[in-house]
Design a protein around this ligand. Structure first.
Ligand code: AVI
Length: 320
């Protein structure tokens, strides 16, 4: 069993630090302060997100899982066996692994920002599936998607579940889908999970749960920023807010100042008045038509869709 691991474009630590400080300072000093949702996922944040996925109000995870369970066979017929399955943001690799039996991929390539995030999971999967060639890749695929030569060209199937595409703007989403399209030949494709537009009364509780896990997840970004930037955010001064914006078809998440206050870091300062907000995340919702439009624009001409009975979530298989 020869599982291989590759970490691409590792930036020099000093360069990374400088870039990160500039990016964070600029976004905090801008008139509408914001923090990129990528900073949610430190160790605690990743665990909080896992816990969110088990909440009764957070329907996407279980709805998507039910669609995969119910239509696994149809998906396998549409995709065919022997693919090169490229799992974007693989994490614990559990969603992809649940499809191995039906899809029987030839090669499995879990991609995550750090190869260390997937190492343990891939090693144990390799023991269960010795016949699948496994190659863990560490890279930031939101910036670029040139895969190493060790990844087979034949039958590339990009796997992007969980409606993670929803955390990008439409432009960014199309750009990412296009990178996937350009990375596969005509025998390739994409299997992607997308959250759909629905009633505000279902959407808002999913992002503002009674237990307060999403509030904790949102607030924890400040712990991470304090660590990365050396800032002095006090979590008790901030309040979680999440709204559905029907015109923009997206959930917007914010942290709202509970009083007038100042945040300081490295000789810089940002004042906030009570009620002022820091934008932390957008989560776009699509209609089947609007998502097919995005797929077409990215160069995927043919699409097939599976959805749940209530039409809350959709899985698409898209091919050139
Ligand atoms: C990871 N992403 C798809 C989640 C979402 O639903 O947009 C992140 C999340 N934010 C709050 N709850 C979950």
């Amino acid at each position: 069993l020869q599982t291989r691991f590759i970490q691409l474009y590792r930036e020099d630590a000093d360069e990374l630090n400088t870039r990160l400080h500039i990016e964070l300072s600029n976004s905090l000093l801008s008139p509408q302060a914001s923090l990129s949702p990528k900073y949610f996922y430190d160790t605690l944040g990743s665990r909080l997100f896992q816990a969110i996925c088990a909440l009764p109000e957070y329907y996407p995870t279980r709805t998507e899982a039910a669609i995969f369970t119910q239509y696994r066979q149809q998906m396998a017929e549409s995709i065919g066996t022997g693919s090169t399955m490229i799992d974007l943001g693989a994490g614990d690799c559990a969603k992809a692994a649940s499809l191995f039996g039906a899809l029987r991929p030839e090669q499995y390539v879990p991609v995550d920002i750090s190869v260390d995030f997937v190492r343990g999971a891939v090693e144990s999967l390799q023991h269960t599936y010795p016949q699948i060639d496994m190659l863990g890749v560490g890279m930031d695929f939101s910036a670029r998607l040139d895969l190493p030569d060790e990844v087979r060209r034949e039958k590339r199937l990009f796997f992007y579940p969980g409606s993670s595409i929803g955390n990008f703007t439409l432009r960014e989403a199309i750009a990412l889908l296009r990178r996937m399209r350009l990375s596969c030949d005509d025998d390739g494709g994409l299997l992607i999970g997308v959250d759909l537009v629905k009633d505000k009364n279902i959407l808002e509780p999913a992002y503002d749960d009674a237990l307060g896990l999403t509030a904790a997840f949102n607030l924890n970004i400040l712990n991470n920023i304090n660590r990365l930037l050396g800032s002095d955010f006090e979590l008790k001064d901030w309040q979680h807010k999440a709204f559905y914006h029907p015109d923009k078809q997206r959930i917007e998440m914010y942290l709202e100042a509970r009083r007038d206050l100042a945040v300081r870091w490295q000789g810089k300062q940002r004042d906030f008045v009570r009620g002022e907000r820091i934008h932390t995340e957008n989560s776009y919702k699509y209609t089947p038509e609007s998502f097919i439009g995005a797929l077409n624009e990215a160069g995927f001409a043919r699409t097939r869709m599976w959805t749940d009975e209530q039409g809350w979530f959709a899985v698409f298989h898209a091919t050139p």
